[in-house]
Design a protein around this ligand. Sequence first.
Ligand code: ATP
Length: 323
Amino acid sequence: MPEVLAVDGLVKQFEQRVGTFRHATLHAVDGVSLTVDSDDCVGVVGESGCGKSTLARMMVGLERPTAGAVRFDGGEITADGDWKQLRRAVQYVFQDPYGSLPPKMSIGAVLEDPLKIAKTGDAASRRARVERAVELVGLRASDLARYPSEFSGGQRQRISVARALIQDPRVVIFDEVTSGLDVSIQAQVLNLLVELQNSLSVGYVFISHDLRVIRYLARSVVVMYLGRVVEAGPVEDVFARPLHPYTQGLLRSIPDHSRLTAGGPRQRLARIGGEPPSPVERPPGCPFAPRCPAAQSLCREQEPGESVVEGVRVRCHFPGAAA
Ligand SMILES: Nc1ncnc2c1ncn2[C@@H]1O[C@H](COP(=O)(O)OP(=O)(O)OP(=O)(O)O)[C@@H](O)[C@H]1O
């Protein structure tokens, strides 16, 4: 499958004011590389604050990287025009479909808006496209005159998906899109996304706290910790033989490793003991060492580099040791 979107050594730092005169650097994303192929679904998982949304915002052109490269269709994004093209070709669907849909616009207008901005077709062809998009996500053309407040959370999320798809994107990034929904609605939205991906040629990046959702949807998984990728590889390999103790901890927090099904218990990841260090003052050594059951003195002294073990990228001095 050809690569559509890739990031290479991507870094995002934010300067923070500390007191009156001092500034400190917050390392939100620190050297992340990943690839999205057409028809692919890459899952990105990690605790709150590990940099998932910042990474997504750079991949969609909403945030400029401090360092590293974003590649689209094999070409590096550099000029302003490239970033504009990226923003059309890579769409972003947020967790909060109510907040991201303008309340005073009808659904028809919400969906037509990006087409008008991109000066796509005439009014009749835009209308036809809007009707197709709304039907694609399981709503009716008669819904187009209604307003966001008249829809349920699940329906609003479908509308957000239609808005992302209407511009024929090459990649869609879904950021915690099912987190606020009831389990049965969550399953409906996930099934819809699977169906859409089977019928449209579009790559997905799926950001979630919930590893069951990642396993259900994604082919490969990227595990982030404190701005870095600590493990990345095919879903079946990482779930069957997690190498990084952080991934192992995340997986242990799914009690029965059950698949996500409608009617199953809604669950967020149970917390791994301890807290990640501050992204402003990274300690020496491996940032997971203070929480790691298998940490040795080397781990506290030296930060591990990335190695590849049987096709899985891992950032640990002793991959697999804590299993
Ligand atoms: N605009 C910003 N200015 C300063 N710091 C920021 C900014 N955006 C994000 N951060 C910081 O960068 C780090 C990563 O945040 P980010 O939102 O990307 O994490 P996340 O994994 O998506 O978390 P969550 O799951 O809670 O959304 C956090 O420490 C956050 O406070």
